[in-house]
Design a protein around this ligand. Structure first.
Ligand code: SAM
Length: 249
C-alpha cells in the first residue's frame, strides 16, 4: 500500500514537522497516532518516515505532527521547465497551475501582458498565496518531491528583458514554421549530457501584442508553434509540458 505523502514545513537531518492545515487534517480527520508511517518531503528529498509525536493544538494553537525520518526514498525531480504564464481568467489559471504541477513544472512566473484584462492584473498579487496553496496540494497529490515555485506577478516586459541563462521559448500562435519539438531537439543537442533548462512563455486570452512579439525576438526568445489550431492558454500550457515531458523524461 503506498504511504501517504506530506510536504514538511520544517526539517533537519533526522526529523520533520508538519504544521498548519496539513497537520490539522492528519490529526483531526485521519486521527494519526505515533507509529503511523508516511512519506515525508523534507528539503526537496523524500523520506520514509514515522510519526514520533502529535500535538492537537488544543486551545487556539494549530496542530503539529513530528516525524522521525527513517530512510531516503527515490523521488521524482521536477522537469527543468519554468512556465511564464500571462495572467488569464483566475479559474482557468488555477486549473493550469494544478495541471502544470502534476506535469512536473519547476516554477511558474505569472506575468501581466498588454492584453491581460486590467481587473485580473490588479487582483493578481492578492491571488498568489492561493496559487501557491494549489501548487502545494497538487505536488502532494502527484507525489512530487518538491513544490513548484510560484513567483510574484510582474510586468511581461520586465521578465522578457531580464538576463537569463535558460533556453527561452515563446509559444506564438502566429508562428508557422518553427515547432516546440524542433526547438527542444536543438536545445537537447546543444546541452550535451545535461538536460537543458527551459523557460516557456504563454500569452493571454487575447494573444501577444505585436510589440511584445518584437520584444521577445529582440531578447533572444525563440517563437514556436504548437500546431495550426488556436489553443486556450491553459491548453497550450498543458500541451507544451506534455511535449517537453515526452522528450526529457
Ligand atoms: N488571441 C489569439 C487568437 O485568437 O489568435 C489566441 C491566444 S491563445 C488563447 C493564448 C496563448 O496560447 C497564445 O498567446 C500562445 O502563447 C498560446 N497558443 C495558443 N495556440 C497556440 C499555437 N497553435 N501555437 C503556439 N502557441 C499557441
Amino acid at each position: 500500500m503506498t504511504r501517504r505523502r506530506w510536504i514538511a514545513e520544517q526539517s533537519d537531518e533526522a526529523t520533520a514537522t508538519l504544521a498548519g492545515a496539513q497537520a490539522e487534517h492528519m490529526v483531526r480527520v485521519l486521527r494519526a497516532q505515533p507509529g503511523v508511517e508516511a512519506d515525508v518531503v523534507a528539503g526537496g528529498r523524500v523520506f520514509h518516515a514515522v510519526v514520533a509525536g502529535i500535538s492537537d493544538g488544543g486551545s487556539g494553537e494549530t496542530a503539529e505532527v513530528r516525524f522521525n525520518l527513517i530512510a531516503e526514498v527515490e523521488s521524482e525531480p521536477a522537469m527543468p521547465v519554468t512556465l511564464v504564464i500571462s495572467i488569464f481568467k483566475f479559474d482557468h489559471m488555477e486549473w493550469a497551475i494544478e495541471k502544470a504541477t502534476e506535469l512536473g513544472v519547476a516554477a511558474i512566473v505569472p506575468v501581466i501582458a498588454r492584453r491581460t484584462e486590467k481587473h485580473l492584473a490588479l487582483a493578481a498579487t492578492k491571488r498568489v498565496e492561493r496559487w501557491r496553496r494549489i501548487a502545494h496540494e497538487a505536488a502532494q497529490q502527484s507525489r512530487r518531491s518538491d513544490v513548484p515555485a510560484i513567483h510574484d506577478p510582474l510586468k511581461l516586459s520586465d521578465h522578457v528583458k531580464a538576463a537569463s541563462n535558460l533556453k527561452r521559448i515563446v509559444l506564438a500562435e502566429q508562428e508557422r514554421t518553427a515547432t516546440l519539438r524542433g526547438a527542444l531537439e536543438e536545445a537537447i543537442g546543444a546541452a550535451g549530457a545535461e538536460m537543458p533548462d527551459l523557460e516557456i512563455a504563454i500569452g493571454p486570452e487575447g494573444g501577444w501584442a505585436p510589440d511584445e512579439e518584437a520584444l521577445f525576438d529582440a531578447n533572444g526568445w525563440q517563437a514556436v508553434s504548437l500546431g495550426p489550431r488556436i489553443l486556450r492558454a491553459e491548453t497550450a500550457a498543458i500541451a507544451a509540458l506534455a511535449v517537453v515531458a515526452s522528450m526529457l523524461e
